[in-house]
Design a protein around this ligand. Structure first.
Ligand SMILES: [Fe+2]
Ligand SMILES: [Fe+2]
Length: 288
C-alpha cells in the first residue's frame, strides 16, 4: 500500500488559540505543560526536518512523484511550525518563559548537536545521518498521530487546541512515508537508519519531558496541592490510552530490516478526521 500523492495536501490553516485557558488540557498541570513542550520542540524540529530533506531534493533524478511528495511534506511542516509558534507569545504572557526554553533547546539540539555532527563527520555522512534522524522522528510523529486520532490521549481540551493537535496528527499520517522513501531513494543503509532512530528516541523524549518539567517549574500560578493528583492522572491517561499502547509495537517495527511506514495501516484515520471536520476547516477558508 502506498500513500497516493494527492493525499498530501498543504492546508493553509489559521487556528484561533488566542483565548485558551491556562490549563487547557483536562485542567491538568502536567498534561497542559506536556503539550506546551510540544509547541516548543516541534517547530524547531520541523525546521530541521525541512533542512534535512531539502538537501536531497535536487538529487532525485528520475522520480517526479517523490519530488512532489517531498515538496508537499516541506509545505505541511512549514505550516505546522507556524501554528505551534502561535503559542509562544501566549505562554510568554502567562509568565512561562517559552522563549528561554526555545533558546536552550535550539542551542543544545541544533547549535551543538546538529552543527557538531557536520563538523565531525564527512559532509555526505552527516547529511545522511541528519536525514535518518528526520526519518526516525517522522516515524515518531506518525505514531503520535495514530495515537492522537485513535484515542485522544490529550483528554478534555479547548476545542481549537484539540483540532489544531489533531490536524497536525492527521497530516503527520498523510506524509509519514515521504522521508522514508527519500532515504531509500538516496541509498540510505540500514545501520544509519537504526542510528538515526536511537538518536531521535533519546532526544525527542528528553526534550518533551524536559520541556514539560521546565514549564511546571516556571509556572508560578500552579496549585501545589494539585501536583500529586495531576501527575498521577497525566501518567494514567497517557499510559492507558489505546494509542499509546499501540506505540510500543509500532515503534519496534522500525527496527525490522524490511520495514516500511505503510506497513501500519492508518491513512484512513487522517481521511476520517478531515471528513468529520470538513465544515470547521471550510469556515476557516481551507478545503480539506
Ligand atoms: Fe509536523
Ligand atoms: Fe512530519
Amino acid at each position: 500500500m502506498t500513500a497516493p500523492t494527492e493525499n498530501i495536501k498543504v492546508r493553509r490553516v489559521d487556528f484561533d488559540v488566542s483565548k485558551i485557558i491556562r490549563y487547557y488540557s483536562n485542567n491538568n498541570i502536567f498534561g497542559t505543560h506536556y503539550i506546551n513542550a510540544m509547541h516548543i520542540v516541534f517547530p524547531e524540529g520541523e525546521k530541521f526536518f525541512i533542512r534535512s530533506a531539502k538537501r536531497y531534493l535536487d538529487q532525485i533524478k528520475n522520480n517526479p512523484t517523490l519530488v512532489d511528495r517531498v515538496k508537499k511534506f516541506i509545505g505541511q511542516e512549514g505550516v505546522h511550525h507556524k501554528e505551534h509558534e502561535k503559542f509562544w507569545n501566549i505562554l510568554e504572557g502567562m509568565g512561562l518563559k517559552p522563549y528561554r526554553l526555545a533558546k536552550i533547546y535550539d542551542t543544545i539540539a541544533f547549535k551543538y548537536l546538529e552543527n557538531g555532527l557536520f563538523k565531525l563527520l564527512p559532509k555526505k555522512r552527516a547529511e545522511l545521518l541528519a536525514l535518518s534522524v528526520t526519518t526516525a522522528a517522522e516515524h515518531f510523529t506518525a505514531l503520535l498521530g495514530d495515537g492522537g486520532l485513535r484515542s485522544n490521549p490529550f483528554g478534555d481540551l479547548s476545542p481549537d487546541v484539540k483540532l489544531l493537535l489533531q490536524w497536525h496528527c492527521a497530516e503527520e499520517l498523510e506524509h509519514k512515508s515521504v522521508c522514508f522513501d527519500l532515504y531509500q531513494e538516496v541509498g540510505g543503509d540500514y545501520n544509519t537508519r537504526v542510528a538515526g532512530m536511537v538518536i531521535a528516541s533519546v532526544l525527542l523524549w528528553f526534550f518533551l519531558f524536559g520541556g514539560q518539567m521546565y514549564f511546571v517549574a516556571n509556572d508560578k500560578e500552579k496549585d501545589w496541592k494539585k501536583i500529586p493528583s495531576d501527575f498521577f492522572e497525566f501518567w494514567k491517561a497517557f499510559l492507558n490510552s489505546e494509542g499509546v499502547n499501540n506505540i510500543g509495537k509500532m515503534y519496534l517495527d522500525y527496527y525490522k530490516k524490511d520495514f516500511h511506514p505503510d506497513d501500519h495501516d492508518n491513512y484512513q484515520l487522517a481521511e476520517d478526521f478531515f471528513k468529520e471536520h470538513q465544515a470547521y476547516f471550510e469556515k476557516m477558508g481551507v478545503a480539506v
